[in-house]
Design a protein around this ligand. Structure first.
Ligand SMILES: Cc1cc2nc3c(=O)[nH]c(=O)nc-3n(C[C@H](O)[C@H](O)[C@H](O)COP(=O)(O)OP(=O)(O)OC[C@H]3O[C@@H](n4cnc5c(N)ncnc54)[C@H](O)[C@@H]3O)c2cc1C
Ligand code: FES
Length: 263
């Protein structure tokens, strides 16, 4: 259930250039669904005033440990990267609607772009344990140093890495690799994706034209995370707007008017 959690920073690891794994010890248990997120107060006090949204990454209920993986992008994440073990940190969540996975069967394609893997990790692990699903993960990054914790991914599913500079896996974009996989192996039963908007927009074309059911984790800039500021508008198919923090961030491809999505 959604709440404000006062946590202790249990552990901090650098997992790549500007990439961090933050491990928090919660005071109680929390029920989380893949695709949901938390607003993190990066430090006490009024500066910065707004929390920063991060997808939960891994959860170990017996130890009450909740992890986040993040990239330093600006002021908030930079402050977060300088916090130290033993410090206090407040988080609000879990927020938003996570991925819908009820009744899922067959071949499932997960597509992550760069840090978008942080939002898909928990889903990949959960679906990997689902005996009804054959999961394949396409993870595209600019260069191999942008992959993180690759060796810690479950062996229960196949990983297809792609790098724009060809330093690991297939040379090219994740979307190009998806096209190749579809050409070689046929259409998947379902696609889940998280990553930069151009990647999601590009994926929406085959997903909608070939009628492949799919969901994206739509990461819009968020000030409140709880539906109060209306700042996280997502162009809705059929007109008007959805709000990423309340209606999403997990949304079906066909809920979004991709023509109006600005990249
Ligand atoms: C639902 C959701 C889940 C996310 N999960 C992750 C994650 O697991 N790992 C990760 O590295 N990043 C994630 N992001 C992106 C992350 O929230 C931004 O990188 C971060 O807020 C940037 O804050 P900043 O202060 O460092 O940068 P600044 O640019 O200084 O941020 C200024 C403001 O813009 C907002 N903002 C900036 N970029 C984004 C963005 N891409 N999305 C949303 N708000 C933004 C910030 O919240 C803040 O209010 C997620 C975003 C959303 C919406
Ligand atoms: S972030 Fe404020 S309404 Fe969504």
């Amino acid at each position: 259930m959604k709440g404000i959690y006062k946590c202790k920073i249990n552990n901090y690891h650098r997992i790549g250039d500007d990439l961090y794994l933050l491990s928090l010890r919660l005071s109680g248990r929390v029920a989380v669904k893949p695709g949901q997120f938390f607003m993190l107060r990066v430090r006490e006090g009024s500066e910065p005033l707004l929390g920063r949204p991060l997808s939960w990454f891994r959860y170990f209920p017996n130890r009450r440990i909740l992890e986040f993986a993040f990239q330093v992008m600006g002021k908030g994440t930079e402050i977060l990267s300088r916090r130290r073990e033993g410090g206090d940190l407040s988080i609000i969540g879990p927020l938003g609607n996570g991925f819908e996975t009820k009744g899922l069967r067959g071949r499932v394609l997960l597509v992550a772009g760069g840090m978008g893997m942080a939002g898909l990790w928990s889903l990949a692990e959960a679906l990997g344990r689902n005996p009804n699903c054959a999961v394949e993960l396409v993870w595209g990054v600019k260069s191999k140093s942008r992959f993180f914790l690759l060796k810690e991914l479950s062996k229960r599913f196949k990983v297809h890495p792609a790098t724009e500079d060809g330093s690991l896996g297939k040379a090219g974009l994740a979307t190009e690799l998806v096209k190749e996989l579809i050409d070689q192996e046929g259409l998947p039963e379902h696609i889940f994706a998280c990553g930069p908007k151009p990647m999601l927009k590009s994926l929406s074309k085959p997903a909608l034209s070939k009628k492949i059911p799919g969901q994206v984790l739509y990461e819009e800039r968020m000030a409140c995370g709880v539906g109060a500021c209306l700042g996280c508008a997502v162009p809705a198919s059929g007109g008007g707007y959805l709000h990423a923090c309340l209606d999403g961030p997990a949304l079906r491809f066909d809920q979004i008017d991709w023509e109006r999505v600005r990249c």
